[in-house]
Design a protein around this ligand. Sequence first.
Ligand code: NAG
Length: 112
Amino acid sequence: MCRGLLTLMSWAWISLILSGSVLGFSTQYRGNTQHPTIPEHCYYAELELAVRRNDTSFPVDVPHFCAQVHCRDDYVLMIKHCDRIQLANGCVFTSNDYSLPYPDCCARLECD
Ligand SMILES: *[C@@H]1O[C@H](CO)[C@@H](O)[C@H](O)[C@H]1NC(C)=O
């Protein structure tokens, strides 16, 4: 098939993985997220989601969302995304399954 394109895509993935591990963007931190109305909860604006302090939410069935959302004691939200995985020879990534909770929604490496 179009092998050139596949190679290009692999390289795109690898540079994504490398920049990901350098920048460490698989966990995002967001401060000062105290919920405006519900006490003792963080507010995750993107999903309009309330997360209890010291608790973790695993949203499902949100298109293109595969992460866990933790509300720290100091109302810092920690959004943990899938770990970056290295593409290896003879392997392909499965697609994300957004109907499953993190980390089961993450793409996996499938090798022959
Ligand atoms: C959250 O966890 C910390 C550390 O375990 C604890 O000191 C604190 O009281 C907890 N806060 C709530 C609101 O549960």
